[in-house]
Each structure stands twice: as C-alpha cells, then as structure tokens.
Design a binder for this molecule. Structure first.
Ligand SMILES: CC(C)(COP(=O)(O)OP(=O)(O)OC[C@H]1O[C@@H](n2cnc3c(N)ncnc32)[C@H](O)[C@@H]1OP(=O)(O)O)[C@@H](O)C(=O)NCCC(=O)NCCS
Length: 169
C-alpha cells in the first residue's frame, strides 16, 4: 500500500444536494514535519499527543497544490477499535469531496489491515456533521449525554468496512 494517493471521493448519482465541483486532493499519512500544520486543524489536542499520533500513522492529510486543506485523526478504543477523533476540512474547501476523500483513504487502509468497523462521533447540537456521517454510510450506534464542555452530548456512529485481503506479509 502506498504512502499517499491522489483521490477524488466516491459520489452518488442520486444525491439530493446541489454539488459543488469536486477538487482532486492528494491524501497521505501525516508525518513528523506536519506537526505545526496539524495544529491549525486540531487546536485542542496537546502537541505531544499529536506528535505521537503522527508517529503512529493515525493522522491523514489532504493536500491541494501542497497546501493542507483537510485533516483526519484516528484514535483507538481499547487500543483496538479505530475511531475518528476529528475530521476537519478548511472552511473554503468544504462540500467539494475533501472529507469523503480523507474517509476513503482511511477506510481502505484500515480494511487492508483487517479492520471491519470504523467508529466516529459528532456533537448532538451539530446537525451538519451528523448528516455528513450518515451520507458517508455511518449509522448511529449510541449517545453520551453532557460530555462536552458546552454541555452538549455526543452522537456516536459506526460504519462496517469491507475487509480486503492483505497484499503484503
Ligand atoms: C464534516 C466535514 C469534515 C465534511 O467534509 P466536506 O469536505 O465538507 O464533505 P464532502 O464534500 O466530502 O461531502 C461528501 C458528501 O457528503 C455530502 N455532504 C457534505 N456535507 C453534508 C451535510 N452537512 N449534510 C448532508 N450531506 C453532506 C456532500 O454533498 C457529498 O455528497 P455527494 O457524494 O452526493 O456529492 C466538513 O464539513 C468539516 O470540516 N466540518 C467542520 C468540522 C466537523 O464538524 N467535523 C466533524 C466532527 S469531528
């Protein structure tokens, strides 16, 4: 499996939403040199945690002409189950397939490693990212009340991944 890929996101011909033109981004694993750039997307996570996530290939970056336009960070529940702790696209590039491209990259890499389930979440008071998760094939799998600093809860989502055969030992 390569370290990076130029991806446009999967799309559905039956989408009810008006569609902005897609942009073709390069999606790749984050690396140590991305630390400062990642903090622009992920301000609340301490730098030492971000550095560890980068070292463990839990960060994915979408680039457009060398500029970081999207960011996704994984964590693991029980050190095992992949969970999207944050997915964020630069505001000026939203709605053009960048989030879907980040997700497609992560899903393919996780499935190739034998993972058949991906978790994610969104605040209960933020309907747009919830709708995006559903559009991307996630199903709600539970809620936690009042876990966020603003008093809101969190909706959790799960998506089954098609496990693909391992290509290398
Ligand atoms: C949520 C977010 C990551 C989505 O990324 P994006 O690049 O804007 O989304 P995409 O353009 O890849 O959307 C892919 C598909 O979902 C659809 N979609 C996008 N936003 C949607 C929404 N709010 N409701 C329903 N569908 C939506 C798109 O129309 C597209 O559909 P299509 O395949 O039929 O064309 C982005 O909007 C964002 O950064 N939001 C702020 C941070 C956030 O809330 N993160 C999630 C919680 S951690």
């Amino acid at each position: 499996m390569s370290d990076g890929a130029t991806m446009s996101s999967p799309s559905s011909p039956s989408s009810p939403r008006p569609r902005a033109p897609r942009i073709r981004v390069r999606v790749r694993w984050g690396r140590a040199a991305d630390l400062a750039g990642c903090r622009a997307f992920d301000r609340k996570t301490p730098a030492r945690i971000l550095a560890r996530c980068l070292a463990e290939r839990d960060v994915v970056i979408a680039e457009l002409a060398g500029e970081r336009v999207g960011y996704l960070r994984l964590e693991r529940l029980w050190a095992r189950l992949p969970y999207i702790a944050l997915v964020m696209v630069a505001p000026e590039h939203r709605g053009r397939g960048v989030g879907a491209a980040l997700l497609a990259f992560v899903e393919s890499r996780l499935a190739a490693k034998g993972h058949d389930l991906l978790l994610s979440s969104s605040q209960t008071n933020e309907p747009r990212p919830q709708a995006w998760h559903r559009r991307m094939g996630f199903e709600e799998c539970g809620r936690l009340r009042s876990v966020n600093r603003d008093g809101s809860g969190e909706v959790f989502f799960a998506k089954r991944l098609p496990v693909t055969p391992r290509t290398s030992p």
